[in-house]
Every structure is written in C-alpha cells, then in structure tokens.
Write a protein that binds this ligand. Structure first.
Ligand code: ATP
Ligand code: MG
Length: 482
C-alpha cells in the first residue's frame, strides 16, 4: 500500500495508480493530524479529483467512532440494564442539550481544569455566541434543575446518558466523542447518600458482569480544608520543583491538587513523600468520611483508600471516588464521581448539597467485549423471512411483510430478486424459524408457501391474507413475536 506522501508524488508525476490502490491508501487520511497535514490532504483530494476523476472517501473525524450493527446490541444491553437499575432506584431521566453556553462549563468545571483549559470544543455560532459541545453532564443537569425550578420541589434523583466531547489525544478508551451514563442526586446531604450513589454504580457494573472492579475512595474535605492543604502542598511541590514533570510544574500555580493525579510514574513515586489531604482535613470532615466508609461496609462494598485521588473537575468536595478495572490498562477508570455541594450555588441556584457519578460507555464496552464475557448473539431476532421472485410476487411480498410487522412479528423481506436457492440460504442465515415463499404460481393464486425452517412441520399453501394469523396461531409457540 502506498503511503500518502508517495501517493501524492505519484499523482503529481501522473504515474499509474489504480483506483483500488488509491482507495486502499485512504486509511492514510485517518492518521493525519489536524493543521497543515489535513489541509494538504484536502488539496490532494481536490487535485486527484481533477486529474483522475477519483475522490478519496472521507473517514470520520479522529477520535470519533461509528457503532455498527454488530456492536450496538452490547450498547443496547448496557443501556437497558442501566435503565432498569435507575427505575428500581427511583431515578428519573433528564435529557439536556448537547450544546451549551461556554460560560456554563467555565463557571461549573473551573477554568484551571484540563477539561476547560484545553479539551473543549468551543466555537462562535452565527449569532456570535460562544457555544461548547458538552464535555460532561453534571453542569448541564444542574443548570437545567435551576432553570426549571426543580430544586424547590425537594431532592432530585436524575440520570442522563449520551455523547460528550473532549479534544483529547485519541487512544484506546479515550475518544473525542465518547459516551457517558451518569447519575446526579441533588438536595441530599447525608453521608449515606454518598454510599447510595456508589452502590447504584457498583451494582450496575456487577450486574453487567464486569470483572476485576475496584472502588477507590478519598475525601477532599471542605473548601477550607483544601485551601489549607493547597498551601502546604504548594510549598512541598516548590521544594521538589526540579524533580517534577513539566506538566506538573505548570500546575503548581494553576491547579496544584491536580499534580496528585499526574500519570507520570516518576512524579507518582515522588508524591509518596508529599503531605496528604487526609492529614489536612478538619475533624468534622474526618467524621463525615468515616460515616461514608461505614455505610459502604454495611452495604458489603469493598473499597480501597486512595489519599491521592482527586477528580479532574473543580466542583468536588468531601467524597471522591473512582471505580477502576485491572483489565483496562492505562485508561483504567470506568466510573468517577463524588460530592459537589458548592456547584448549584456557584451556577446561581440555591445552596444545594449533591452527589453524583459518570461512567464511560466506551471503557465499559471494552471490558464487556473481553473474550471471557459472552454476549447473546444478535442473530435470530427475525420471526419470518419473506422470499419472492417475479414482479407480481415481489409486490405481494412487500404487502405481506408489512402485515407481519403490523401484527408485531419481526419480518425480513429478501429484495434481491435472486434465485430461490440463494434466497433460502439467506433465510437460513437470518435465524428466522419460518419462511413465506411467493413465486409466480403462488402470486397468481394470492397464496404463499409457509415453510418451517427449523422444525418438522409440513409446508403449507396459505392465502396471503391469512398467513400472519396462521403463523401467530399455529406457530405461536415457536415465534418470538407471538
Ligand atoms: P481520565 O482521568 O481517564 O481522563 P476523567 O477524570 O477526565 O478521566 P471524568 O470527567 O470523571 O473523567 O468522566 C467520567 C468517566 O468518563 C471516566 O471515568 C471515563 O470512563 C469516561 N471518560 C472520560 N473522558 C473520556 C474520553 N475522552 N473517552 C472515553 N471515555 C472517557
Ligand atoms: Mg480526562
């Protein structure tokens, strides 16, 4: 396969390039970085069209993915299981826009965070408004709760799901458009609520069959605790400035607590000697954290204390937690969350304690696609496969298929017009237990042959108008739709 640059020079020399070679070489575009290289590709594509009458097919943007029909059954299973858990936990669904005012995330998540500082998809719309594709769900949910006066009606138990957008370096388990499912409990202050929120995530993941899970928790205390700790940490970091990685050096002045979360192994090793947040917590914060741990123990949910766990968003205080899997490599965190008592007020609402979490669908899907987990085959969902050949027969097959669907059956029509043998092969592969066959002679009589594809029942000629009722009655026991 030709590399993009070789391809370009070959075209410039109007060398001999087959169309298929060109198309195979297109994988090249998805590897392009943004900026000059991408512009060069676009110019190349135009030049190619002019020179050869060939246009290279475009790929999806880096860090975005298509979910194909072979993949969506697992996504649907996760979503259905989550919905069922939320129903049983009396949590209602909220859907907020994907697009929000940029200000919401700046104020909510914090300007010094990675998310706001360098990961947001922000642009001016045609009304010169600064808009941002949501990078997370909590700020939007809180905005909506304030905007619609939900908080005056008592505690709110909400869940959301859908795409989020962050301009990150794409890799396994890290996408630019990714998907989260999240829960927000607004208006609940007690330590038991922290444990309840965690239990909802834990039980969902366990029910889905995720293996190798670990819950890590920490307390970030009150804003005063963190203020006190920040001062201590900054002087320690400054004393060790030269041993830190450059990213962490920069964070000393912008967001020193985030240094604790550094992914750099040398920095992590060094931090073993840093003062911990736990030592800086006031007595009340300690007591509160102890109550959270007791509640988790009472629920039988195992946890590990991680004194360096800080979340990437500024709004967290007191409980912070992550659920990780030992099967995910570098992107180990499946679910993250914590308490955010200050956020509602910060966004202009009434002072409201709250706790919540978000889980990453892509990472969950990676975990559940491991060879150990077995996914029920998506095939076999069809009840009736309709086979026809000839103009009149095909028109009748279309009507019959629709009748079957209107009666609640899953029906698939072979529209290929190919030989009966080929259509039967496809019927077999579809997993359908029954086939209805209409050829020229059946079409002339207004009947169809009902064939039992998996069992022993003899083939029957049935008027097309009655076929669906027959199928629902006679074959009802073996037909899923019945
Ligand atoms: P990380 O430390 O992995 O960057 P984060 O702290 O930025 O995670 P949160 O904002 O807490 O993540 O989001 C909750 C969950 O959403 C994460 O635990 C992860 O499973 C998922 N997630 C976050 N960013 C991405 C991404 N770019 N691609 C895929 N999943 C993501
Ligand atoms: Mg991140």
């Amino acid at each position: 396969m030709l590399k993009g640059s070789d391809l370009l020079s070959k075209v410039k020399e109007s060398g001999d390039i087959s169309k298929s070679d060109l198309v195979r070489s297109c994988g090249y575009v998805s590897t392009l970085r943004d900026g000059a290289e991408r512009l060069e590709f676009e110019a190349f594509n135009e030049a190619l069209l002019e020179a050869k009458g060939v246009r290279i097919p475009l790929s999806s943007l880096p860090g975005t993915s298509d979910l194909l029909p072979v993949e969506t059954p697992l996504w649907q299973r996760i979503e259905a299981t989550a919905r069922d858990h939320f129903r049983r936990a009396a949590i209602g669904e909220i859907r907020t826009p994907l697009l929000e005012a940029t200000e919401l995330f700046k104020r909510g998540i914090g300007e010094a965070t990675d998310v706001v500082g360098k990961e947001m998809y922000t642009f001016l719309d045609r009304g010169e408004r600064s808009c941002t594709l949501r990078p997370e769900g909590t700020a939007s949910v809180v905005r909506a709760a304030i905007q619609h006066g939900l908080l005056a009606k008592g505690p709110q138990r909400l869940w959301y799901g859908g795409p989020m957008f962050r301009y990150e370096r794409p890799q396994k388990g890290r996408r630019r458009q990714f998907h989260q499912i999240g829960v927000e409990l607004l208006g609940v202050a007690d330590a038991t609520s922290d444990a309840e929120a965690i239990a909802i995530a834990w039980d969902l993941l366990a029910d889905l069959g995720v293996a190798g899970l670990q819950l890590e928790i920490n307390s970030l205390g009150t804003p005063e605790d963190r203020q006190r700790y920040r001062a201590e940490l900054v002087s320690w970091l400054e004393a060790h400035h030269d041993q830190l990685d450059p990213d962490s050096q920069n964070r000393i002045s912008t967001n020193p607590l985030r240094v604790l979360d550094s992914k750099n192994p040398d920095t992590q090793a060094l931090l073993a000697g840093a003062p911990t947040l736990a030592d800086a917590l006031a007595g009340e914060s300690h007591e509160r954290f102890a109550r959270v741990r007791q509640a988790l123990e009472a629920l039988g949910i195992p946890f590990v204390l991680n004194p360096r766990l800080v979340r990437g968003l500024d709004y967290y205080g007191h409980t912070a937690f992550e659920i990780t899997s030992n099967q995910l490599g570098a992107q180990a965190t499946v679910c993250g969350g914590g308490r955010y008592d200050g956020l509602v007020e910060q966004l202009g609402g009434p002072a409201t304690p709250a706790v919540g979490w978000a889980l990453g669908m892509e990472r969950l899907v990676l975990l559940l696609s491991q060879p150990t987990a077995s996914e029920p085959a998506a095939a076999g969902a069809t009840d009736l496969y309709v086979i026809s050949r000839g103009e009149v027969a095909e028109a009748q097959a279309l009507v019959l298929t629709r009748l079957a669907r209107q009666a609640g059956l899953a029906a698939e029509r072979d529209a290929s017009g190919s030989a009966f043998g080929k259509q039967f092969k496809r019927a077999d592969r579809s997993g359908a237990p029954w086939a209805a066959v209409i050829g020229d002679s059946e079409a002339a009589d207004g009947v169809a042959l009902l064939k039992d594809l998996r069992g022993e029942q003899p083939e029957r000629r049935i008027p097309q108008q009655q076929l669906v009722a027959e199928l629902l009655g006679v074959a009802g026991g073996r037909s899923r739709g019945a």
